[in-house]
Design a protein around this ligand. Structure first.
Ligand code: NDP
Length: 254
């Protein structure tokens, strides 16, 4: 059974892995044997995170590029495939958040959110899939959100982008499953990271969250690792197009 969840000899590219959920997933997957390619926008951020993992005895290298820049994505993934080896697993995790009331939402913020959270999932997945298809194997895991299904005040563009992540997951599943490429997603509920710091600092929000979530607490980002290992490993070889909610039951409750 252990082998089902092993990531030994798997090369895993994680976008936005310099901090937050991406970094914790990088460490968690590396602890299962994976060689992690740590992506971030800057060489400095990516290298710093990869160095931290290596200091812990884990296998990691930096792979800096802006996920919204298709030229940079093509060049970086080409270099990885040639110099380091086949990307076995892609985790599309990079994401940004901006909060404004809908009627005041700046157009530039809409464009930025859609570029990182939505269009980049298309660009990076398409680039990696072009290498995976001839190999007839691969895994793509997209990080969605509670807002893949539910709206919330002041974050309508984010919800639109995460709803699109759900349908990118299903669409890619339909086109890639025949090549033995499993495309799935993880929809995290509320986890304390830099992105949610403003919410975590607001006692009224934590009171609401505790009452709204069947598990009655914030999630610890470490609790996302199990789902990521499952969807990256052989254990999920016939799981296709699913969004796995890791949310303390929030999406199951009214
Ligand atoms: P953080 O803000 O902590 O980290 C964001 C990461 O994305 C950083 O590593 C950042 O790299 C990277 N990034 C941002 N823009 C780009 C870009 N253009 N190209 C490459 N990398 C980029 O985010 P979280 O850890 O909170 O969120 C990670 C994912 O999880 C996101 O998709 C988010 O939507 C999702 N999520 C988070 C939840 C939460 O509770 N926190 C809940 C549900 C979903 P850099 O160092 O270069 O800035």
């Amino acid at each position: 059974m252990n082998n089902l969840f092993s990531l030994d000899n798997k090369t895993v590219l994680i976008t936005g892995a310099s901090r937050g959920i991406g970094f914790l997933l990088a460490r968690g997957l590396a602890q299962q044997g994976a060689h992690i390619l740590v992506n971030a926008t800057t060489e400095e951020h990516a290298r710093h995170a990869a160095d931290r993992l290596r200091e812990e005895g884990l296998r990691a290298d930096a792979a800096a590029f802006d996920v919204t820049d298709s030229q940079a994505v093509h060049a970086a993934i080409g270099r990885i495939e040639t110099d380091i080896g086949a990307i076995d697993v892609l985790i599309n995790n990079a994401g940004i958040q901006r909060r404004h009331p809908f009627t005041e939402f700046p157009e530039q913020d809409w464009d930025d959110i859609i570029a990182v959270n939505q269009k980049a999932v298309f660009i990076v997945s398409q680039t990696v899939a072009r290498y995976m298809v001839p190999r007839r194997r691969g895994k793509i895991v997209n990080i969605g959100s509670m807002q893949s299904e539910l709206g919330r005040d002041t974050i309508t563009p984010y919800a639109a982008s995460k709803g699109a992540v759900k349908m990118l997951t299903r669409g890619m599943c339909v086109e890639l499953a025949r090549y033995n490429i499993q495309v799935n997603g993880i929809a995290p509920g509320y986890f304390k990271t830099e992105m949610t710091q403003a919410l975590a600092d607001d006692p009224a929000f934590t009171a609401w969250l505790t009452q709204r979530t069947p598990a009655a607490r914030w999630g610890d980002p470490q609790e996302l690792i199990g789902a990521a290992v499952f969807l990256a490993a052989d254990a999920s070889s016939f799981v296709n197009g699913q969004l796995l909610f890791v949310d303390g039951g929030m999406s199951a409750a009214v």
